[in-house]
Ligand binder design. Sequence first.
Ligand code: NAD
Ligand code: MG
Length: 380
Amino acid sequence: MNISILGSTGSIGTQALEVVDDLKGIKDITILAITGNSNAELLEAQARRYKPQLAVVADETKYNDLKCRLADTDITVSTGEEGLCEAATLDKCDMVLSSIVGFAGLVPTMKAIEAGKDIALANKETLVTAGGLFCDAVKRHKVRLLPVDSEHSAIFQSLHSGNRGELKKILLTASGGPFYGKTQDELKNIKKEQALKHPNWSMGAKITIDSATLMNKGLEIIEAKWLFDVDFDDIEVLVHRESIIHSMVEFCDKSVIAQLSLPSMKHPIQYAFTYPQRLPSSDSSVSFADIASLTFGKPDEETFRCLALAKQAGRMGGVMPTVLNAANEVAVAAFLSGKIGFLQIAEYVENILSKYENRLNFSLEDIIEVDRSVRLEHKL
Ligand code: NAD
Ligand code: MG
């Protein structure tokens, strides 16, 4: 199988390359293209090791650097959104791992679908912002869409136990993040370093902050709605601190089926690469006796406002999830650069949502325009 990895320098991208190494000799995967935003040094190291046809550095100011680094190889070097789209549509490519963070992943992922490539989807922001257009394109181009987000992979796996008509609801689990149980007052002076310390997962900065605000769970509700074609009322968020159960589904006979494993993104990445097969994994087994207990609770949407805001935008539909996502990307970047406090992330998102009038009919170009206008007109 030939794979292009969009976002190979990130947390998901680097773990995907480890999965490719782990599978060597059992299932051989060729890496056709790798892409990163600006880390030319890591792209060079990956290019020398995996020998792709194409290496793309999205940041145009880094193009010459990467080009020089790979001058002695026959690897093509490209840049910009055009380069990302080239990586997503290479002739020999069977599957694209969409693991760029944020809205920047949308256009290349749509191009991959239009070129008939199967999609292993980590980038939830694509489904949040363009779920309807995305799912129509998946159907029209008859490509396979395999979830990589751990909860959605768990739901996908659990759904194999029944048929769609038998599904009653989805139980979407949430670790609760580093600040579970805290009050608004205790969250006022949270520092970036505290928010970046997730109890169970090591991930990129943006999703780690989203996990701390619970925006991540809100985005995942919208992601699940599109992936599994369910109503918002049929998705329940359940706090499960141990991150062993990655999500569950309840069928009409009240039987609940779950997928369990240690918290490792290599599991859902590998399953997306090998589906419908299961192949041996380098991950450890769950030791239930050592874990001893699994706990469950309700999320606190009054303290963690981002979850409620995402639900609200999701239910409104139209371009509101795009507005929510853009506002969140702006606010998280501002928090990470020390410009705003932790609680201001939700305040900012709420404020921007209230400023936009919804539109129910829109094209991909309209969505790109909405995203751009939030970023330009509401800078922090
Ligand atoms: P990351 O920040 O570690 O990596 C992001 C990748 O995208 C990097 O390769 C980076 O260079 C690239 N990138 C960033 N901005 C770009 C731009 N403007 N243009 C082109 N490339 C750009 O992020 P991550 O944690 O790997 O997350 C990637 C995606 O997967 C996100 O959508 C996230 O929500 C989702 N996801 C991640 C995890 C996880 O465990 N890390 C779990 C579930 C879902
Ligand atoms: Mg997840």
